[in-house]
Design a protein around this ligand. Structure first.
Ligand code: BGC
Length: 391
């Protein structure tokens, strides 16, 4: 997003915020550089705030326990700060009750647009129903909120493609037959876990059917391996057995339990579908410590700095770059569309169990050692100085 474009976005946000409330942005939130050529009231002319400043847009993110969401916070702050403003970003600490309280706090501050990444896809329904009832536009951010009509728009990456890219990497690195395959999934409360698994199954199932891979850690998946496509319930059965719950410890414990149950002949040169970077590092460390595992190919997602270093060091095979700068830009642009009476762009819809939610998913990039420098350093995503031994 160009600076000039951001300035006009911010001008709209501030105009809406000041129109909404008698209390304008706090003095500390005043822009350092005035937005150029705009009819929006200058923030500096707003009355000094004594209470919390009112923003037209509020952001709610799920947890600070994973680098992924801290990254989103940073990149949201960067995007707003570039124009001299702050934005209210609240974290739900992995707790749907806290998430609802956060949404209620933003409603009482008079926001007009809510950008929310749900901790739990179904539980978030009640919170966004309240927001919608208050006339607020709801943008589901990265994860889809399910079973409610109160979602206006979905800002997302193409999550089915994420799963496909992970599975394709495993397929491309397997030779011969009977390669041991270990499957892991995200949290069953996260709709994305289903989309990632759907994409992965699409690519892996034919390669299980033709004998390239043999599933070693899920009798539920083995029971369904003849089915090219799975229903959501069938996906749920497998995910329930191989879920990491998006937690490093759960991932590590499950990998340990799987390796304890497996015979030495189920190990050797193994292939591991790991759903994201945090769980991939935990699972990779566990497999790497098993004396019967000779080599492993393991997937990931998020291009977290720690995983980029793992890839450089040969401890994680790949990751999927989902450029959060794009997601943040799309979310802010959609919010501004709503604030200015427009409709955000739509190329497809996602059914959330109740309604078809409009979306325009962003593409993803598969990253391994061979393109890590081009994809994440040269693109400006992470600074080269944060890594050792870059190829
Ligand atoms: C996100 C991933 C993330 C995972 C765990 C998913 O919904 O799309 O990027 O790694 O949640 O937080």
């Amino acid at each position: 997003m160009s600076k000039k474009y951001l300035y006009s976005l911010m001008a709209v946000l501030v105009a809406a915020a000041t129109a909404l409330s008698a209390c304008g942005p706090a003095a500390t939130a005043a822009p350092t550089a005035a937005p150029a050529a705009t009819s929006a009231p200058a923030a500096t002319s707003a009355p000094a705030a004594t209470a919390a400043p009112a923003f037209a847009v509020g952001v709610v993110l799920p947890t600070k326990n994973e680098p992924r969401w801290i990254q989103d916070e940073t990149r949201f702050n960067d995007a707003f700060k570039a124009a001299g403003y702050t934005v209210q970003i609240l974290f739900s600490d992995g707790d749907s009750a806290k998430e609802k309280a956060n949404v209620e706090a933003l409603i009482s501050q008079g926001i007009k647009v809510l950008i929310i990444c749900p901790q739990d896809a179904a539980a978030a329904g009640a919170a966004v129903d309240e927001a919608h009832a208050a006339g607020i536009k709801v943008i589901s951010y990265d994860r889809l909120i399910r079973d409610t009509a109160s979602v206006d728009y979905y800002v997302t990456f193409d999550s089915v493609s994420v799963g496909k890219a992970q599975a394709q990497y495993l397929v491309d690195h397997a030779t011969g037959t009977k390669n041991p395959l270990y499957l892991y999934a995200g949290a069953a409360t996260d709709n994305n876990a289903f989309l990632f698994f759907e994409g992965a199954w699409d690519v892996l199932q034919p390669k299980i059917a033709d004998g390239t891979f043999v599933i070693k850690n899920s009798d539920k998946a083995v029971g369904l391996q003849g089915s090219a496509t799975l229903t959501r319930d069938q996906e749920g059965t497998i995910i329930g057995q191989v879920t990491t719950d998006w937690k490093f410890d759960t991932a590590k414990n499950l990998a340990e339990a799987n390796l304890t149950a497996a015979k030495a002949s189920d190990k050797g040169n193994v292939f591991i579908l790991a759903p994201n970077d945090g769980t991939a590092r935990a699972i990779a460390d566990t497999f790497g410590a098993d004396k019967d595992v000779k080599s492993y190919v393991i997937t990931g997602q998020d291009a977290e700095e720690a995983s980029i270093q793992y890839i450089i060091d040969g401890k994680q095979s790949m990751t999927v770059l989902k450029d959060v700068r794009t997601l943040v830009k799309d979310a802010i642009a959609a919010a501004v569309d709503y604030l200015t009476g427009k409709t955000p762009p739509q190329t497809t819809t996602y059914n959330n169990g109740k309604v078809d939610v409009p979306a325009s998913p962003s593409p993803i990039v598969s990253v391994d050692k061979s393109n890590v420098k081009a994809a994440v350093i040269d693109s400006g995503y992470w600074p080269a100085g944060d890594f050792k031994n870059l190829p």
